[in-house]
Design a protein around this ligand. Structure first.
Ligand code: SER
Length: 874
């Protein structure tokens, strides 16, 4: 090992430099949040972005590539979430160092170079390393990987080579897709004494925190198809992935990833904020690791454009952050938001390798702070619910599973938190009932999400599928591949064409709809989406002759309206930057035929004046009828030099399309109007907050905007008609409101006076019954007034029983009021009495000893009820 340990930045550089010298092109990390693959939410391996190259669907620009990929393993096949923090070497987000060969070098170089980098360049002792190779598998008829075994034998002793099972030594990206046998390199970083007691080879893949896999060399040779069988690929490829955090641990001589310079600064800050020392107790350490890890995952996801939300990828991010908040809350006693305060430390450590974090630091901090606050509020509500529940449990010692599940479902209480709170009170939780609730919910969401895709049936190799819809909306095309999908028990088809006028959903714009036609049969296309490089059309049916020509026709009306909204979105973006400043950056958008939605960073609500200025600016540009300046293929550096706006989290190629309307210049693949005049009219219909520091504007254009304005005018016309066409309609409405208020006041005054009179009359009617001042009367006033009246009487008359009845809208009400001395001395109870006498009005009620009320359906019985009260005290 080197004299002075390398820091994280030096290790990244050493890796990239090594592969540069081996002829590799260094490429940037793909965004962590995936936008064009319905089967995957987040990048979970470095190879995701190269999947289509492995499968032979697209050709590689460079045959040797290396990079550092931001990965997130929190959903789907690779999900480490629950392990994170408990152990010292799993993460939600991690950096994966990878080198790739696309049909170029194979096992020999991959193995030799990996060894050279680790042992020669980075100086890891050969005695600390072990390797695994694939032992073969019967059901898949796969032979043992003797080729790798022999290659390794030339490098290390046989006693350091371990044959592994399909589970450990056959890497698959998901249920389907490119895969192949793999050879892992493991490091044993235990002490000399421990190594003497138990040889490292016995601990490989056994979950030992200091005998861990650091690098996985995958020999991609197959595609796993939807029916489960393995198809050999046309070419063989190399996909390697090394866990950066683990490598740092080994090179820095640490025993935990969290002790490296990647995490320590954040952990120290957590210690400072919480005044709890890292290393004191297991529980504290787990909580600190969870927070340090999750902060990183959430910050990177937000930087890549994924805000926390209630669905899909946004929900996964929200859950990660909530897990961190909850650990802080329960184990570090943090009842106020604090995780966002750790962000500056994280950013300062990471910004050299990932500048996107620094640029968006302020926005990320606000979003995290807001999320923390709202979840802490939810936790507080949940705790209150828990306390109420426990108070009503009586002698019962078991919390029902269904209640624990409700806490989880409604308040996001993980079951261990409920168990912990229960334990503190000497209670237990019915775990069987809880699991039942969980399983039922899982089943419900599984049912809702079932989309069963069959394998692609390939009809022709010409899968280019170029989009030709910028210029035409109809074309004669051929299906190159199709597959059957079952959605909620209905059979549908997904089709790929050799070329297509259908715009696939991307850049916020929804996919085109339309139809295809063959021999007079029209089949609906309900949506169009991108799946990697393929444009997939969602069809109700397969044409009768799938290999013959079909006519593909895009729904022109929807497309034109979507184009109006898309161009308007660009104008809106530009106007916002002009009115609010250039920090009003796009954070998301939706562009459809009906409306547009635009999310952007801004710290406060827009004033009416700002909104009016933005709207006016957009409409000005519309009236100027600016011609679209579209450049389909511009080298990205030229486009950026022009001042074109690009977005974080978007993947751009070397050549980009630039859309320009006057001074609005954006990199954009969407469809647009040929001149802004076509948009007709732009109208903002709402402005709101969707997260801290993120605002949303919803707007409409073209005929929708016209219809909206007309409907507003119609409402005004109707108001004018009602008011008999006054000269100044606003003044008239305002006068009406003033008059209304004055009348209301008069009515209140009148009612007050009336109640005074009634009260006087009632006082005159007091009768002495068995030594009690008794009033019994029917007065038809509102129940609320009835209540006020009896309380008023109570202050005026001593030693009193009052029973009042009233009829209101066909319903009967009764009220009984008893002076406190009678409650005490004579044991009278208004609640008990009213329960009895309310039978007379076919109703029920109750209350306290001195005051009770009841309602019923039979006003005829009011007088009988009053008499009954009188009898009760006689
Ligand atoms: N695809 C492999 C992995 O993710 C190696 O990069 O482990």
């Amino acid at each position: 090992m080197m004299e002075r340990a390398m820091d994280a930045g030096q290790i990244r550089d050493a890796f990239l430099q090594f592969f540069r010298t081996k002829g590799h092109q260094i490429v940037p990390s793909a965004p962590m949040v995936i936008k064009d693959d319905p089967t995957l939410m987040f990048t979970n391996a470095g190879m995701n972005q190269f999947k289509e190259i492995f499968l032979g669907h697209s050709s590689a620009k460079y045959t040797r590539v290396a990079n550092i990929q931001k990965c997130l393993r929190v959903s789907g096949k690779h999900n480490d979430l629950e392990e994170v923090g408990i152990d010292t070497y799993h993460h939600t987000m991690f950096e994966m160092l990878g080198n790739w060969s696309f049909g170029d070098y194979f096992k020999t170089e991959a193995i030799e170079w990996a060894w050279e980098l680790l042992t020669v360049v980075l100086g890891i002792s050969k005695d600390d390393l072990y390797v695994t190779v694939f032992a073969g598998d019967e059901p898949d008829s796969l032979p043992a990987d003797t080729e790798s075994f022999n290659l390794w034998k030339n490098i290390i002793g046989e006693d350091r080579i371990i044959f592994g099972s399909q589970k450990d030594n056959f890497w698959e990206m998901g249920d389907t897709g490119p895969c192949g046998p793999c050879s892992e390199i493991h490091a044993d970083i235990r002490s000399r004494d421990e190594k003497i007691v138990t040889p490292g080879r016995e601990l490989i893949n056994m979950g030992h925190p200091q005998v861990i896999e650091i690098w996985n060399l995958v020999f991609i040779e197959y595609n796993r198809s939807a029916d489960g069988h393995l198809e050999p690929l046309p070419q063989k490829h190399i996909d390697t992935g090394m866990g950066f955090e683990r490598l740092c641990m080994v090179l820095q001589g640490k025993k935990s990833n969290y002790d490296t310079d990647i995490f320590q600064p954040v952990i120290s800050e957590i210690s400072k904020v919480t005044s709890i020392h890292y290393g004191d107790t297991f529980q504290h350490d787990v909580a600190m690791r969870v927070i340090a890890d999750h902060l990183r995952a959430v910050a990177f996801a937000i930087a890549d454009g994924q805000l926390p939300s209630n669905t899909g990828a946004g929900y996964v991010i929200r859950r990660i952050l909530r897990r961190a908040v909850r650990y802080g809350f329960t184990f570090l006693n943090q009842k106020e938001p604090f995780i966002h305060e750790l962000l500056p430390i994280l950013v300062s450590r990471m910004k050299a390798a990932f500048p996107e974090l620094a640029r968006q630091q302020d926005m990320i901090r606000k979003v995290i702070a807001e999320e923390e606050l709202s979840f802490l509020r939810t936790l507080a509500f949940g705790i209150k619910r828990f306390e109420q529940y426990v108070a009503a449990m009586g002698g019962n010692k078991t919390i029902e599973g269904i209640f624990a599940f409700d806490l989880f479902d409604t308040y996001g209480f993980p079951i261990d938190l409920t168990q912990l709170m229960a334990k503190e009170l000497g209670l237990t939780v019915d775990m069987e009932g809880f699991s039942k609730g969980m399983n039922e919910q899982k089943e419900r969401s599984r049912q809702a999400a079932v989309i069963d895709s069959g394998d692609w049936i390939i009809l022709s190799g010409n899968d280019g599928g170029a989009f030709i819809g910028y210029d035409i909306l109809q074309a004669t095309v051929r299906i190159t591949r199709y597959r059957k999908v079952t959605v909620k028990n209905e059979e549908k088809y997904q089709l790929v064409f050799d070329k297509t006028p259908f715009y696939p959903e991307s850049g916020g714009q929804i996919g085109d709809k339309g139809y295809i036609e063959q021999n007079g049969e029209k089949i609906l296309i309900t949506d169009t989406k991108k799946e990697h490089n393929l444009i997939v059309h969602y069809a109700d049916k397969l044409p009768a002759e799938p290999s013959h020509d079909i006519i593909a026709v895009v729904d022109q009306v929807s497309r034109t309206l979507a184009a109006c909204n898309h161009s308007a979105t660009h104008l809106l973006h530009n106007a916002l930057r002009e009115v609010l400043g250039k920090f009003a950056e796009q954070k998301g958008s939706f562009v459809g035929p009906t409306h547009l939605r635009f999310d952007f960073s801004h710290y406060q609500k827009l004033s009416n004046e700002e909104l009016a200025r933005v709207e006016a600016l957009v409409n000005q540009k519309i009236r100027q009828n600016i011609t679209l300046d579209e450049k389909r293929t511009v080298p990205i550096h030229e486009a950026l030099a022009l001042g074109a706006i690009a977005f974080f989290g978007e993947k751009y190629g070397d050549q980009v399309r630039v859309i320009r309307f006057d001074n609005s210049i954006e990199l954009c693949g969407g469809t647009h109007v040929t001149a802004t005049g076509q948009i007709g009219l732009f109208k903002i219909i709402s402005e709101s907050a969707i997260a801290a520091g993120i605002r949303r504007i919803e707007a409409i254009t073209a005929d929708r905007a016209e219809a909206y304005i007309n409907s507003q005018i119609q409402i005004i016309d109707e108001i004018k008609n009602l008011l008999k066409n006054p000269g100044d309609v606003v003044k008239s409405v305002s006068n009406l409101l003033d008059e209304n208020l004055a009348l209301q006041k008069q009515i209140e005054k009148y009612n007050k006076k009336r109640l005074e009179d009634i009260k006087k009359q009632l006082i005159d009617q007091v009768r002495q019954i068995s030594g009690v001042n008794f009033i019994g009367a029917r007065i038809d006033i509102e129940p609320a007034a009835l209540k006020d009246l009896v309380f008023d009487l109570r202050n005026s008359i001593e030693n009193m029983v009052v029973v009042l009845g009233s009829e209101n809208n066909g319903k009967a009400n009764l009220t009984i009021m008893i002076s406190d001395n009678l409650v005490k001395e004579r044991g009278l109870h208004a609640g008990t009495m009213i329960r009895e006498v309310s039978k007379e009005i076919s109703g029920g009620g109750g209350g306290q000893a001195h005051y009770a009320s009841a309602g019923g359906n039979d006003p005829v019985g009011i007088n009988r009820a009053i008499q009954k009260v009188e009898q009760m005290i006689s």
